[in-house]
Design a protein around this ligand. Structure first.
Ligand code: GAL
Length: 343
């Protein structure tokens, strides 16, 4: 595995945005930015050896400044916090609201908008940042590390850790948008989700607190199905997927949460996680903005498999807790593994 460092761009305040290019011996090439720990590019060969970029991204920094969360790490708390408040140890904590009355993906200046310290190591790049006490309303100084590694087994592996000096919620995720064809939309991609249950939401996309079976709904991907075929069949999903699934058998070591196959190229991506949930988001808000090489990023132009704790866990005592306390270490691993099917 080789790593090269270069300058990708300059932030409006003059800060340098560094780019790290990781390549393994199998033709997989990944570009990472220290602006939001973004996966800016991931070139993966297909069954015939033809490479394509399988993540949505931009050639220039401007694209990332104008389009939120694209292929970045989100935190301190990914997804929504209802009413931008919660109670912790008997105290009400108010955090910044950036989506109506709610908080989305850590607030106005979440981890996706930070310039992280970055250092290339033997297996990948180590990104670090400190989120100060009170940032976006969250208590405690939080020290966060994300190690992004590219293995010879064609896995992009993200290992997250965090420590705090006051109790605080932590829920980090990778918001990478994938498209295994490298162009067009993802409606023909065949998806398998190892999830028998999901967490229903209200009209503001806040969980109701229920955990329901996927059986008989458009959310049943327990056997592989084309994403678009389910949208057609189930009218309630016509505008796309934006749902949190409960990963079967989640635990300390990574389990298989999802497998996606693109039928024409034969590219397959598996997602492995230590987290209890995975948010499937099908780029429902993409409106034709210009992406890499000027290509239009249309609705359904990518899919995210955001491995994480359930949305708004801070307000649902029945969901697994996201509270990190001093002396504890937050740990989670997300692996995106690529397989080239023989055609
Ligand atoms: C997803 C979220 C969507 C949308 C998107 C933002 O994680 O579930 O509702 O906010 O991020 O690009």
């Amino acid at each position: 595995m080789k790593i090269q460092k270069s300058l990708f761009g300059t932030m409006p305040d003059g800060a340098a945005v560094e780019q790290f290019t990781l390549s393994n011996g199998n033709g997989v090439v990944c570009q990472l930015l220290n602006y939001g720990v973004r996966i800016a590019s991931l070139r993966v060969p297909d069954a015939k050896g033809n490479p394509a970029d399988v993540v949505v991204g931009f050639d220039h920094l401007d694209g990332y400044l104008q389009n939120d969360y694209i292929s970045a790490v989100c935190g301190r708390v990914a997804n929504r916090i209802g009413g931008a408040k919660f109670s912790l140890d008997g105290k009400t904590i108010k955090v910044s609201a950036n989506e109506g009355e709610n908080q989305l993906h850590g607030g106005k200046c979440g981890f996706d908008k930070k310039i992280w310290r970055a250092e290339a190591g033997q297996i990948g790049v180590e990104f670090a940042c400190v989120s100060p006490d009170g940032e976006e309303g969250f208590p405690g100084n939080l020290n966060v590390k994300v190690i992004v590694a590219l293995t010879d087994a064609d896995e992009l592996r993200l290992d997250f850790t965090a420590i705090t000096d006051k109790p605080t919620p932590v829920n980090l995720t990778s918001h990478a948008y994938f498209n295994l064809a490298g162009r067009g939309n993802v409606l023909d991609h065949e998806l398998m989700l190892a999830a028998d249950f999901y967490t229903p939401v209200d009209s503001h996309l806040l969980p109701t607190g229920e955990i329901k079976s996927v059986r008989g709904t458009g959310l049943d991907f327990t056997t592989p199905k084309a994403i678009g075929s389910q949208m057609k069949k189930f009218p309630e999903i016509v505008s796309g997927y934006d749902h949190n699934f409960v990963v079967n058998g989640g635990g300390k070591s990574p389990v298989l949460a999802a497998r996606v196959r693109e039928p024409i190229s034969g590219r397959i991506m598996e997602t492995w996680t230590t987290q209890p949930g995975v948010q499937l988001y099908t780029a429902n808000h993409f409106d034709g903005f210009a992406g890499r090489g000027g290509a239009r990023c249309e609705k359904f132009g990518g899919f995210c498999l955001e491995t994480q704790h359930f949305p708004d866990s801070v307000n649902h005592p029945g969901f697994p807790s996201v509270i990190l306390r001093p002396g504890e270490t937050y740990r989670q691993t997300c692996i995106y593994k690529f397989i080239h099917e023989r055609l």
